[in-house]
Design a protein around this ligand. Structure first.
Ligand SMILES: C=C(O[C@H]1C=CC=C(C(=O)O)[C@@H]1O)C(=O)O
Length: 458
């Protein structure tokens, strides 16, 4: 069913769906290591969803689905199913990520391009570029690996299943290029001014207007040479193995937060909120993990995030497991409080179960990136943040033909601006509660920028 929204343009599939011939075959094992898949990617528009060396990468584009506004998820989901109705698929491997898949990236906000400009944003001109609020890219070639199995999927608009996959031989991509000298500057809101926003948000929370809000900031990196996304991907995949390294339509990053995975009826979400820097400097606690696990401010932030995920998943699940206490996730830059929420997808009597993208839509925006209550937090973000979040903090991932898939929250990420290949916009946000300290939050946001600044060579 296509969602209808008066102000948003209708979704678009280009080229218009014809018959798609999809074929997956097993191929020889790749070398081991976390970058084996991303090392295959060509420089133009690489697609990636990789963790610990497994996952899928893709290139080329056989179809693109674009959607806008509040219906961006449902419209994209419906358009994907329309593509699949005309697809002929032969899958000789049958693993998650084999057969027909599309890579997707969505905007954080419902309001569409320009929303933050109305709030007086003074950043780079990225909002009114006419870009869609959601995109699903159907590649020409996918290579995937899971456990010991490696496969290739080809997508063709002509040909037959009898013919061998057109690109059975793995490509030898052009050498990865360095961005050269990189200069980082403040984005929409100067770092020092951002602390005032944090103080204002904490004041409103203490005054009882809301419980929690996540405030984000951006920074802009300008580079000497055009940014080769693979330069970032290789470094992120090697350094942040516990994260999902992604690249979809110019959005590149390594997120530690899995919004939802739906696989054969099992739903999983890794919820993160509550953070301590790895090297917080003088006066730091002797054992940061213990400090974090006992920090009432961080436990409060975390509890809101877990609750929002559990509440959003509950209507779609017949049973759920919500851990009583979080564990501490260790990353090279920060430690997080983390909870893995799992559920069994219910089979509704009145129609199909939601796809992974439908579940992502129900979960977005969780309290890990927005706040509690959601509507109040969103309103405060729009009022004071002064930032067009674009696709930061929104679902990014992949969707399969059976609706299974994985969607991360696009954190620890950057947007390679289509309008300027020498500019990259980086994002980081922090959960604010009544006890939040502006200096500590600014330092935390700097630590959250590190995956991308490090990948850029800064
Ligand atoms: C919003 C971000 O992180 C979220 C995820 C983990 C921990 C968070 C925190 O402790 O504030 C944030 O909720 C970000 O990295 O930009």
């Amino acid at each position: 069913m296509t969602a209808e929204h008066a102000s948003a343009p209708a979704p678009r599939t280009s080229p218009a769906p014809g018959t798609l011939v999809v074929r997956t075959v097993a191929i020889d094992a790749l070398p081991g290591g976390p970058t084996a898949l991303v090392d295959l990617l060509p420089d133009a528009h690489p697609l990636a969803w990789v963790r610990r060396g497994d996952g899928i990468v893709g290139w080329g584009e056989v179809a693109r689905i674009e959607s806008w506004g509040p219906g961006r998820f449902a419209d994209a989901d419906a358009a994907w199913r329309a593509v699949l109705r005309r697809a002929v698929v032969r899958d000789e491997v049958h693993l998650p990520g084999t057969g027909a898949v599309a890579f997707g990236s969505f905007a954080f906000d419902d309001a569409g391009p320009g929303a933050a400009d109305d709030a007086g944003t003074d950043g780079p001109d990225v909002a009114d570029d006419g870009r869609p609020d959601g995109v699903l890219v159907v590649p020409r070639v996918v290579v995937g690996r899971r456990g010991g199995t490696t496969w290739m999927t080809t997508f063709e608009t002509s040909g037959s299943l009898a013919s061998p996959p057109g690109a059975h031989v793995l490509p030898r991509p052009a050498p990865v290029t360095s961005p050269g000298r990189v200069v980082l500057r403040d984005g929409s809101v100067a770092a020092q001014d951002w602390k005032d926003l944090v103080a204002e948000a904490a004041r409103r929370i203490r005054a009882g207007h809301l419980d929690k809000v996540v405030l984000a900031r951006d920074a802009v990196a300008t580079t000497e040479h055009p940014v080769d996304p693979r330069y970032l991907l290789g470094r992120l995949a090697a350094s942040y193995e516990a994260c999902w390294t992604f690249s979809v339509d110019g959005m590149v990053g390594a997120t530690p937060e899995l919004l939802v995975r739906s696989e054969k009826g099992l739903v999983t979400s890794r919820v993160l909120a509550g953070t301590i820097r790895r090297e917080p400097g003088a006066g730091a606690p002797h054992d940061p993990a213990l400090f974090l696990a006992q920090s009432s401010k961080d436990l409060e932030e975390h509890e809101y995030a877990v609750r929002s995920v559990a509440d959003a998943l509950a209507p779609s699940c017949s049973s759920m497991n919500v851990p009583e206490a979080p564990f501490v996730l260790h990353l090279p830059n920060v430690l997080h409080l983390a909870s893995d929420v799992t559920g069994v997808l219910a089979s509704p009597e009145d129609g199909p179960a939601p796809t992974s993208l439908g579940l992502a839509a129900a979960l977005h925006p969780s309290a890990a990136v927005c706040g509690t209550p959601t509507a109040d937090a969103r309103a405060l973000i729009r009022e004071i943040e002064g930032l067009d979040r674009a696709r930061y903090a929104a679902p990014v991932g992949w969707l399969g033909a059976d609706g299974d898939g994985e969607w991360g929250i696009a954190l620890r990420s950057c947007e390679i601006l289509p309008s300027d290949p020498l500019a990259v916009r980086l994002f980081a946000g922090c959960g604010i509660v009544g006890a939040s300290d502006p200096d500590a939050e600014l330092a935390e946001s700097e630590a959250k920028l590190e995956p991308i600044t490090g990948a850029l060579g800064l």
